[in-house]
Design a binder for this molecule. Structure first.
Ligand SMILES: [Zn+2]
Length: 116
């Protein structure tokens, strides 16, 4: 008097839980692979302009602006090896510009806004 003759076949269709491959594929996490190549661009490039005579030297635009009309000349920062940490330090020390607020110092054309 069996009312469910196909219950056995259903049981046999169950996939064994020992498959490790299905586990790894299901665990594949979606990576937050955001393209930040543009925004990741060193913000120092906005505030330093390259010496036309020596492309390895960069001058702080704000200092140049401040020194305009004076005998002072902005200190040339070397960009050798793409190392911008000293330029970042300058922006932070002298102008309180950090990567979180640097856009406040730029106008809509991403030019340094020297009218603070
Ligand atoms: Zn400066």
């Amino acid at each position: 008097m069996s009312s469910q003759p196909f219950s056995d076949t259903e049981e046999s269709n169950v996939i064994p839980s020992t498959t490790s491959t299905s586990l790894t594929t299901s665990r594949k996490k979606r990576k937050a692979n955001v393209e930040t190549s543009c925004s990741n661009k060193s913000y120092t490039s906005y505030f330093f302009h390259i010496d036309e005579g020596n492309i390895e030297h960069a001058y702080c635009k704000i200092c140049e602006h401040n020194f305009a009309g004076s005998r002072q000349t902005p200190y040339p920062y070397t960009r050798k090896g793409g190392n911008t940490s000293n330029m970042i330090a300058h922006l932070c020390d002298k102008h309180n510009i950090i990567k979180d607020n640097y856009t406040d110092f730029l106008d809509e054309h991403n030019e340094v806004n020297t009218i603070f």
